[in-house]
Design a protein around this ligand. Structure first.
Ligand code: PLP
Length: 434
């Protein structure tokens, strides 16, 4: 088991490396930015880049095992399909939630057995279903009658999970607007599956990505219980519940406690429970550094104040797509100002949100991406105690979820940003070395 394998790790901040994680992330940032001379470098050398701490992913896994021992995680690849993250999780023994042929292929190529994959997409492309069938990836979700006919035609011995609607009104990204059968329809869908001779093995739900209301988990578990009973009446013997994703690091223990007790109250231990966490695993592992490529000075003649617009070489069409698609508000921090390297320094501890009352002695900025579009704004108001100039660097934390996976090449900027990997956990290092 993980507990015995990793000894004291579980009770020491979920890992041994957390204390020096910042130190090695800072070193990686410094080494890279010190090597860039904006006045002479080749095109692309000054591009934004990530520093990813795989030790953070490892710690999140230990934390999951400690708080949700009943639930086997199937990492949601869509959230961040980074090759090293997926490799580490494969070595840790997780399963994978894949949304397409490409994601299934990526995971299978690592040698992960097909039964560790769930094709968790209720509205699938036919050729992708054929691919899943050819590769024995049996577990898949559905939420409508057409998908059942499709399954009957293409993959009649698939192991089906009926995805049900949830109350996701308190989540950042509402998924039930698009997916999930209502409890009014589950009976008919189960009956149709029975009539078609299909194999329904479980129920799936997702309370919305970035969930904040633990009660949503409680209600979804109760609804799933209802569908389990409904299925039994129709002649199915469901054996697995998929509780989806939605977990965020900040409220994880609280969510996990509510979910665990709801599961124990509604499902006997004979029922297998899986989950599809994405954001929880990777959000805090990735940090990004961006170069200040241009600056515009704004003078207010009435107030006699001066502020600046800073233009970075990454924005909402790139890795900050999370602002548009994931409702995030990334906080700028100063990485390098002139020759001063300021990662994790006092200058970055406060003053990040604009506060007019405290604005004396600090400079006000707005922070923009590199494209021609006015929507490409990272932060409308930000203050810093440093006077920043072209050639300086900013960094942003918590950039691992729904960021680089949805970056575009709009305006000809790259979507292939480098990742510098560090690993603050010896346990993860050992697994990756295998
Ligand atoms: N499972 C499914 C079916 C999803 O659509 C998503 C996200 O969109 C996830 C899991 C991952 O969710 P999260 O990142 O909130 O854990």
């Amino acid at each position: 088991s993980l507990t015995s394998h990793y000894g004291g790790d579980l009770h020491n901040n979920y890992g041994n490396g957390v204390e020096h994680a910042k130190e090695i992330i800072g070193q990686a940032f410094k080494q890279r930015v010190d090597g860039v001379d904006g006045d002479t470098c080749e095109v692309g050398e000054e591009d934004a880049f990530f520093v990813a701490d795989l030790g953070s992913v490892y710690r999140q896994h230990l934390r999951w095992k400690l708080n949700l021992p009943r639930i086997k995680p199937y990492y949601a690849v869509k959230c961040n399909p980074d090759a090293q993250v997926v490799r580490l999780l494969a070595a840790l023994g997780t399963g994978f939630d894949c949304a397409s042929k490409a994601e299934i292929e990526q995971v299978l190529k690592l040698g992960v057995e097909p039964h560790r994959i769930i094709y968790a997409q209720p509205c699938k492309t036919k050729s992708h279903v054929r691919y899943a069938s050819q590769h024995d990836v049996k577990q898949m979700t559905f939420d409508n009658a057409d998908e059942l006919y499709k399954t009957k035609q293409l993959y009649p011995d698939a192991e089906l999970f009926l995805r049900i609607l949830t109350d996701d009104s308190a989540s950042l990204c509402r998924l039930s607007l698009k997916f999930g059968a209502s409890l009014n329809d589950t009976g008919d869908l189960l009956q149709l599956a029975k009539d078609l001779g299909l194999n329904v093995v479980g129920v799936a739900f997702h309370v919305g990505s970035g969930a904040s209301d633990p009660e949503a988990f409680l209600k979804a578990v109760q609804d799933a219980r209802f569908v389990f009973d409904q299925a039994a009446e129709i002649g199915f013997n469901l054996h697995t519940l998929d509780v989806g994703g939605g977990f965020v690091s900040e409220s994880f223990e609280n969510m996990a406690a509510v979910l665990s007790s709801a599961l124990d109250a509604n499902f006997p231990s004979s029922v297998r429970i899986i989950g599809e966490p994405g954001r929880y695993y990777v959000s805090s592992a990735f940090n990004i550094a961006c170069h200040v490529i241009a600056r515009r000075s704004i003078v207010d003649p009435v107030l006699c104040t001066q502020s600046y617009m800073l233009y970075l070489n990454d924005g909402v069409y790139g890795n900050f797509s999370s602002i548009m698609f994931d409702h995030q508000h990334p906080v700028p921090r100063i990485l390098k100002s002139g020759d001063r390297f300021l990662y994790d320094s006092a200058e970055n501890q406060d003053g990040c949100e604009f506060d007019a009352a405290r604005a004396g002695g600090v400079t006000e900025y707005s922070v923009w991406g590199p494209t021609c579009d006015g929507i490409d704004c990272i932060a409308e108001k930000w203050t810093a105690s440093e006077a920043l100039e072209v050639g300086d660097w900013l960094y942003f934390e918590d950039m691992g979820a729904y960021t680089k996976c949805s970056a575009t090449r709009f305006n000809g900027f790259t979507d292939a940003h480098d990742v510098v990997y560090v690993c603050s956990e010896p346990g993860a290092k050992a697994l990756l070395a295998q």
